[in-house]
Design a protein. Structure first.
Ligand code: 5GP
Length: 111
């Protein structure tokens, strides 16, 4: 069980900005931008690499929720998402999550 599963189960607190049956969105504890939110499926999926065709609808749902959350948090100037996958991808929590960054001009390329 990961720390994100504990957040889903309300075993540890988080600043939750959106929730439905399939997903949860909460502010990252170590924000890298004025707005930094993590959108996660409630289903325990380790990483992008673990997805199969059964997850097609779920992943579409997550992306549409990114858009909704960005709008609800006032990111009218734009925003960025990132999904770190595996060790080389910089993934540190083994529960699939989409980072949503916004609230400042973001640099490109990322490191
Ligand atoms: P990754 O490095 O796996 O792509 O991203 C994991 C993210 O989870 C990091 O940005 C980290 O700051 C965040 N994080 C780790 N533990 C917690 C926690 O307990 N609460 C919240 N809100 N974010 C966390």
């Amino acid at each position: 069980m990961t720390i994100f599963h504990k957040i889903i189960n309300r075993e540890i607190p988080a600043d939750i900005v959106y929730e439905d049956d399939l997903c949860l969105a909460f502010r990252d504890i170590n924000a890298q931008a004025p707005t930094h939110v993590l959108i996660i499926p409630k289903e325990q999926i380790v990483s992008l690499d673990e997805l199969d065709s059964d997850h097609q609808l779920l992943m579409g749902h997550l992306l549409l929720k990114v858009r909704e959350v960005a709008k609800s948090l006032g990111l009218s100037g734009g925003y960025r998402i990132a999904v770190n996958c595996g060790e080389d991808g910089g993934q540190s929590v083994d529960h699939l999550h989409i980072h949503l960054f916004g609230g400042r001009k973001l640099n490109w390329p990322p490191g």
